[in-house]
Design a protein around this ligand. Structure first.
Ligand SMILES: Nc1ncnc2c1ncn2[C@@H]1O[C@H](COP(=O)(O)OP(=O)(O)OP(=O)(O)O)[C@@H](O)[C@H]1O
Length: 280
């Protein structure tokens, strides 16, 4: 008991920061491996670690020796077997928007314009029953997806978006990627969802939208060529028959949550500063 009391009394600010960093790193690793084959593996490693420690405490020398050797060989085996996953995880960290341009640079009126242009384009594609697939990059960088298409880097406008999706034009197949307030690329190939729950009447356009929303935090708008219906794929879920008002609301929420996330600290600091000045 005294041991634990001493342990807690000796915790300082440095230890708290240390623990927060470790907890955050574990949380990030968990979200990365969740629902992948690495999730089972991590559970296995935790069981092995606990068993190794327990065998040491209980002085089960032979068991402890075997578990220790298993761990040593296991680490090397892991690096070899999970080389593709490890590569992807490192690439994911490197591609993260944390290291690139910040959303903070877009003005509020520009965001409103972008949303209106996208809403107008979606409504027009829907009315004309032209198939469309528009993906919004958020925190997960979509550089790899952009590479599969043609880079455009143009201002978002409903005219350009509609033009891209006109059938039999060079870029109409595939997805448009929007980064912040720019059309980054068109004709991009997305990973297809392997979900069994998707409605059988939906084809690859909807599967592609769902796929990118499962593999990243991107949000995708799909306009069906068959029915003209607008659907939204977000965080692995497909919402069908979205009306224009709801679409606008979803886009507003997405842009404001992205901006808030990036601006959070700066805004709070700025607001506080302004308040202090006006109080003074
Ligand atoms: N992996 C992919 N990435 C991006 N776009 C894709 C991908 N696979 C298919 N598409 C797009 O989907 C189109 C085919 O749509 P398909 O008819 O199979 O889908 P759907 O979900 O039934 O949609 P719709 O209701 O518009 O017919 C392709 O021409 C292409 O533009």
């Amino acid at each position: 008991m005294e041991y634990f009391k001493g342990l807690f009394l000796n915790i300082g600010l440095r230890d708290l920061i240390d623990m927060t960093i470790v907890a955050f790193a574990f949380y990030k690793i968990y979200t990365l491996v969740k629902e992948t084959r690495a999730e089972q593996l991590i559970k296995g490693i935790i069981v092995l670690l606990v068993a190794t420690k327990m065998s040491e405490w209980l002085r089960l020398f032979t068991t402890h020796w075997i578990l220790q050797k298993t761990m040593t060989v296991g680490v090397i085996a892991l690096l070899i077997v999970f080389q593709p996953e490890l590569r992807r995880a490192l690439e994911y960290i490197g591609r993260s928007r944390f290291f690139t341009k910040s959303f903070i640079e877009i003005k509020e009126e520009d965001i409103t314009n972008v949303i209106e242009e996208i809403v107008e384009a979606s409504a027009s594609l829907s009315r004309q029953k032209i198939g469309g697939l528009i993906v919004f990059e958020r925190e997960t960088g979509l550089g790899e997806v952009v590479e599969t298409g043609s880079v455009i880097n143009g201002t978002v406008s409903s005219g350009l978006l509609i033009n891209i999706f006109i059938p039999n034009t060079p870029l109409h197949d595939g997805a448009v990627i929007i980064r912040d307030d720019r059309i980054r690329a068109a004709g991009c190939v997305l990973p297809l969802s392997e979900s069994m729950n998707i409605n059988k009447e939906l084809g690859t356009r909807h599967r592609a939208a769902l796929g990118i929303s499962e593999k990243s935090d991107a949000l995708a708008i799909v306009v069906s060529e068959e029915t003209g219906a607008i659907s939204i794929a977000d965080r692995g879920k497909l919402s069908r028959y979205v009306d224009i008002k709801t679409l606008r609301q979803i886009l507003q929420n997405m842009y404001s949550s992205n901006t808030k996330k990036k601006q959070g600290l700066l805004l709070r600091w700025r607001n506080k500063n302004e308040k202090d000045r006006s109080d003074g």
